[in-house]
Design a protein around this ligand. Structure first.
Ligand code: ADP
Length: 264
């Protein structure tokens, strides 16, 4: 079906081009609390991200990192406080509008038993890979893909079954960014690759996405130290925040402990 679309110019021209868009990508949490059952997982979290900023979220397993980003795209609704995207409370926003602004690439990648091309195209329903590239204005999607290590480009036409964790993560990444979101969430998207590969992926992402608001959940200090803001979570609370250098200069107990555990 995708192949059919690839040769169908009208399918391509039907997709609206995002030219002259307003500036979007503001995210704000005001005193947000949330619990899955009775137990509170996030407690009174407040934070702000401006368009184009990279915000890293770190903290021990179970501290609430994934839960926090899931509230941005409304996989869950907060029980107290408010989450704003572009100054609008996400609970009052049409889900379609919200999800067109926010793209999530997750650690546990769900792939369909389709081709890789199809899996990537899933981000925009009924739109083939080629038209997504054009609609999203990403003329350099091929360049992006080929710049990903381990020959991502060579697996593009193969089926999604039997791929390694790292390959699956890269597909999730491509799927998320080809939607051309103003807010990109990378939830442990590079945990299955080695440090060098992770560095390459983040470098590539930065060159393509320096105008996107990006939330990164990662475990290695090396992949978060260039972030505009690092938010340290502990037991559902923001215990420290600042740049890498600020956190090192401050009496940042948690960040320093984290750094000694995970190293550069
Ligand atoms: P992190 O990303 O920092 O590892 P999570 O946000 O995944 O933390 O989890 C925070 C807490 O919420 C943990 O105690 C976890 O067990 C719990 N939790 C996460 N997802 C669910 C869920 N879907 N249902 C119930 N509890 C959950």
């Amino acid at each position: 079906k995708i192949r059919e679309y690839l040769n169908n110019e009208s399918a391509i021209s039907n997709i609206e081009k995002p030219a002259n868009r307003e500036i979007t990508g503001f995210v704000e949490f005001n005193n947000v609390s949330f619990g899955y059952d009775n137990e509170e997982v996030l407690k009174n979290v407040s934070l702000k991200a401006k368009p184009g900023e990279t915000v890293a979220i770190i903290g021990p397993t179970g501290s609430g990192k994934s839960t926090l980003v899931n509230l941005i795209c409304r996989f869950y609704d907060c029980s107290e406080g408010e989450v704003l995207v572009d100054n609008v409370n996400v609970k009052e926003m049409d889900l379609r509008t919200l999800r067109s602004k926010v793209s999530v690439a997750m650690q546990d990648v769900f792939l369909f038993s389709d081709t890789i091309e199809g899996n990537i195209a899933y981000g925009v329903p009924d739109a083939p890979y080629e038209s997504i590239k054009r609609a999203a204005g990403i003329a350099d999607a091929d360049e992006f893909i080929s710049s990903l290590p381990e020959g991502y480009d060579t697996i593009i036409g193969e089926r999604g079954v039997g791929l390694s964790g790292g390959q699956r993560q890269r597909i999730a990444l491509a799927r998320a960014i080809l939607k051309d979101p103003s807010i990109l969430i990378l939830d442990d998207t590079t945990s299955s690759v080695d440090m060098e590969t992770e560095f390459e992926i983040h470098k590539t992402l930065r060159s393509f996405y320096n105008n996107k608001t990006t939330f990164i959940i990662a475990h290695r200090i090396s992949s978060v130290k260039n972030a505009d803001k690092i938010i340290v979570l502990n037991d559902g609370q923001v215990v420290e925040q600042g740049t890498h250098q600020e956190l090192l200069n401050l009496k940042s107990y948690y960040y320093k402990v984290y750094q000694s555990q995970y190293g550069d």
